[in-house]
Write a protein that binds this ligand. Structure first.
Ligand SMILES: Cc1ncc(C[n+]2csc(CCOP(=O)(O)OP(=O)(O)O)c2C)c(N)n1
Ligand code: SF4
Ligand SMILES: [Mg+2]
Length: 335
């Protein structure tokens, strides 16, 4: 069933002083110093508030957050299987709806948020997320993308940047570049492929300030299933000093290699216009040890692909289709 209610108004957070002080993701976790995904967890639950249940797929954000019977979550939290981010969100929302309908718990708005990593969400769990976005439940899925299977020691995924060194893609004498796939465009694919899903966004918790938090607020107020893809610098997997997580996130946005946008009721809005004044992608790449083996021609190739995305795609960052509507004059596909 399509979701047709109007967007509920939500109060935008306009400066850091307005960010809720209450911590619902607290000390007691074992993520690395400088871990951006931990910042994502802390941020989304701050704005969602205590009337929220969270479900999370296996990965760093499960394992590092629940070691030895400890947990930083103050809200109810459930671990689910690696590919079950979407289905666990639907199950949770359906369970809450049934309990309310039967009068077993009071009728109230309870947020359902499911998080998954890039293997969990973009690779293994993609079909479950697609199914959740076709449902009529209020739920938010957050894909935290650290561009590797970080928890199992930094293996390449469908989201890893072209050319990056990972334990699956070590540069060698014969092949300098082992990671030859271009990053999968998951947010664009989900936005374009699910016309009744009212809100899909990309985000980076580091830049621009407050953008990620406001996107979570908006996603929770829109109604129906929603999706946010967050780009999370990972000091361990990307090989840089933990103090630079913020800078690297900002460079990803300002270089245009990670496009920042939201698709709300079919309308695309960019939060950073990388069509102009892009910083060279080299500045993003050369801050990270995982790209230390790249030579000029590799960097030029990556720059060319990024330029193409902003200058030639019909909808930059969202749909890699070039050049408007063309009607074939003959029935031949080879015309
Ligand atoms: C079905 C299944 N296959 C493999 C594993 C082993 N495993 C646990 S975490 C993980 C990596 C998950 O990567 P990602 O979703 O990107 O999360 P991250 O570790 O990067 O936070 C893998 C492969 C598993 N738990 N379940
Ligand atoms: S390996 Fe990366 S994602 Fe995992 S806890 Fe460390 S910094 Fe965070
Ligand atoms: Mg990952």
């Amino acid at each position: 069933m399509a979701i047709v209610e109007p967007v509920q108004q939500f109060e935008r957070i306009r400066n850091v002083h307005k960010v809720p002080l209450e911590e619902l993701y607290t000390s007691g976790h074992r993520t690395c110093q400088g871990c951006e995904s931990a910042t994502v967890m802390r941020g989304f639950i701050k704005v969602a508030g205590p009337r929220t249940v969270v479900t999370g797929s296996t990965g760093c954000m499960y394992v590092a957050n629940t070691s030895y019977m400890t947990t930083p979550w103050i809200v109810p939290w459930m671990h689910t299987q690696l590919g079950a981010g979407g289905s666990s969100a639907v199950g949770m929302a359906a369970g809450l709806r049934a309990l309310m309908r039967k009068g077993k718990i009071p009728e109230e708005k309870i947020n359902v948020i499911s998080f998954c990593g890039d293997i969990g969400g973009a690779d293994m769990g993609l079909s479950g997320i697609s199914s959740a976005l076709q449902s009529d439940y209020d739920l938010l899925i957050i894909l935290y993308d650290n561009e590797s299977a970080a928890n199992t020691d930094i293996q390449a995924t469908g989201m890893t940047t072209y050319g990056a060194q990972t334990t699956f893609t070590p540069p060698g004498k014969k092949y300098r570049i082992m990671q030859r796939r271009w990053k999968k465009n998951v947010a664009g694919m989900l936005a374009v492929g699910h016309p009744t899903c009212r809100y899909v966004a990309t985000a980076c918790a580091t830049y621009p300030p407050l953008d990620f938090l406001n996107k979570v607020k908006k996603a929770l107020s829109v109604g129906g299933p929603t999706f946010i893809h967050s780009y999370d610098p990972c000091p361990k997997g990307w090989d840089y000093h933990p103090r630079y997580s913020h800078d690297i996130g900002e460079l990803a946005i300002r270089s245009g290699i990670f496009p920042l946008y939201e698709v709300h009721d079919g309308q695309v809005t960019y939060q950073h216009d990388a069509r102009k004044n892009r910083v060279p992608v080299r500045e993003f790449l050369m801050r990270q040890g995982r790209f230390a083996h790249l030579i000029d021609e590799d960097i030029d190739y990556i720059q060319k692909r990024v330029d193409e995305m902003w200058e030639e795609w019909e909808i930059p960052g969202v749909a890699p289709i070039k050049g408007g509507l063309k009607i074939a004059r003959k029935s031949s596909a080879t015309d």
